[in-house]
Write a protein that binds this ligand. Sequence first.
Ligand code: MG
Length: 286
Amino acid sequence: MRLISFTTGVRTSFGIVVGDGIIDAGARLAGEFEGLRDVLAAGALNLLRGMEGLPADLALSDVRFLPPIPDRATKILCVGVNYLPHIKEMGREPPEHPVVFVRFADSLVGHLEPMIRPRESVQYDYEGELAVVIGRAARRVPPERALEHVAGYACFNDGTLRDYQRRGPQWTPGKNFPRSGAFGPWLVTTDEIADPAALTLTTRLNGETVQHERVAELYFDVPQLIAYCSTFTVLEPGDVIATGTPGGVGAGREPPLWIGPGDRVEVEIDGIGKLENPIVDEPDAR
Ligand code: MG
C-alpha cells in the first residue's frame, strides 16, 4: 500500500493512494485515529488493507501532501556519511559507528511543497535519501530481526545549509532550518518492498541527474542502522531513520552547486515514487 498524509485545506487526514486518487481512510474511520502514526501504534494497518478495493474519495490533485508521518512528536534520526563516495567527497574517513543526528519535524515539508532557503545562508544543498518508517516498537533489536520492525519506506531530501552544518561538530543547526528538507511523497509498506537493499535512488536537479546509487551500497545497511539506533533509544511506530545520502551532493562539486529559488529537486526511488519540491527564498530574504 501507498499511504499518504494530506490536508484538504480545511482538515488533515490520511489514506491509501490508488492511481490518481486517495481512499480517505481518516474520514472512513470517523476520526478513530489521529493519523498514520496512530494507526501504526495501534497495529491497525489491516483496517486500511480492508479498504483497498474501495473507490477513491479524493483526487491527489485536490490535496496538499504532508510528510507521511507529520506528527511533531516523531523522532527523525538521520545518518550522515553513509555511502563511500559521499564520505570521500566530504573529506571524511569511513566511520567506525553510524554517524547519527536528528531533525525536527518542522524542518520537513511534503511532496510538491516549497523547500525554503533561509535568509542566513546561500549554501543550500540537496541530499536524496531512503527513509525507513518504524512500524513496531524496537529496543536493542539484532540486525537479523530489524526489518520486522519496519512499516515501510519513503523518499527523503535531507536539505542542508552547509555553512551552518560546519559551524561545529554537531550538525543540528545546518539540518533544521524550518521547511528546509522534504519527506514523501508517501509511505510504501513492506509487503511491496521485501529488501530495501534492492532499491535504487536518483536525485535530479532541474531534471538533471546529480545522484544515482544503489541502496545496496550503504556503508551501514538498514538492519544495522535499526539495530544501532534501537540500542540508544526506543524506536516507536512512526519514527523515521533517514539512511544517508550517496555521492554527488552540491558541496562535493567544484565549484559547489547550491540550490536556490527557481530550482526543483526530485528524489526518486524505484518501487516507492518521486518526491519533488521547488526551492523558494524565505519571504523578505535578501
Ligand atoms: Mg543526509
